[in-house]
Design a protein around this ligand. Structure first.
Ligand code: GLP
Length: 261
């Protein structure tokens, strides 16, 4: 069962996960992180950046793989996930840019971009900790409902709801690409530890389906139930639809401190 942790705020969630990542890097300098975009993981990156400023450590060998990328955005587009990862993660944390990979969304090389990405992850020894958000459609990365639990990095068509949700980042809704390249649910399931974060009432239904619903391709988030090490970090509104919430709170309250997440 996934471990469900309900914290009071996004900031507290960020601090909890940042502490875990610090510990990983302390134990292995070339830790491989799975990096998510979207607004959800920002408190994790902010808390880690702050912790590194206060208490510096060598992160120059940390490697990273982004979850997904839009197809066909020109290089340097402010909303390409390459740009976002550079701005929100690589620079504030002081990571080595050449060690951070993002799926290649260029049209010319699209046919083999998924297989190339899978090879790169494998060559790095796999992902140690994968940070995840969840979309209102229940998507992980850009694995929209119906995605196979065995899927690997490939091109997908964005659901209209996801395009509408992401339109806020673009000048007009028409500018949101229709296609993306995303790690598959099979890729995500190979990571050694999944950390799924969600904040706000608009994520409550997707979280309840992911954690407690049937395991079904119609709810891509439910793929987490097939993984042996998952931590779900929520604020109270995102946790509100969980049927067994009291039990999860009880487990967390009684967890020995040495266990960590
Ligand atoms: C985006 C990303 C996902 C992200 C999700 C939720 O489209 N591709 O990786 O988890 O949608 O976004 P947010 O965190 O902004 O709610």
């Amino acid at each position: 069962m996934a471990e469900i942790v309900v914290v009071e705020s996004k900031q507290a969630a960020g601090e909890l996960v940042a502490l875990k990542i610090r510990g990983l890097i302390e134990s292995r300098a070339d830790t491989v992180l799975g990096l998510a975009t979207g607004s959800t993981p920002l408190p994790v990156y902010a808390a880690l950046a702050q912790s590194l400023r206060k208490n510096p450590m060598d992160v120059s060998r940390v490697r990273g793989f982004a979850l997904d990328e839009y197809v066909g955005l020109p290089e340097g587009h402010p909303e390409s996930y390459r740009t976002v990862i550079t701005r929100d993660v690589v620079r504030p944390l002081g990571l080595t840019p050449t060690l951070i990979c993002v799926p290649n969304g260029e049209i010319e090389t699209l046919e083999h971009a998924g297989a190339d990405y899978e090879r790169a992850i494998e060559a790095a020894g796999g992902i140690d900790l994968q940070i995840l958000g969840i979309g209102r459609t229940g998507h992980l990365g850009f694995n929209e409902p119906g995605s196979s639990f065995a899927s690997l990095t490939r091109v997908k068509t964005l659901a209209p709801k996801s395009r509408a949700d992401n339109a806020r980042f673009f000048a007009s809704p028409d500018e949101v690409p229709r296609h993306c390249i995303t790690q598959g649910l099979g890729t995500i399931r190979r990571a050694r530890h999944l950390v799924l974060l969600a904040f706000g009432a608009e994520k409550a239904a997707a979280i309840a389906a992911a954690v407690e619903g049937p395991v079904t391709a119609s709810q891509p988030g439910s793929a987490i139930q097939l993984h042996e090490h998952v931590t779900v970090v929520l604020d109270p509104p995102a946790a509100a639809a969980l049927a067994n919430l009291d039990y999860y709170r009880y487990i967390w309250a009684n967890k020995p401190a040495w266990q960590g997440i």
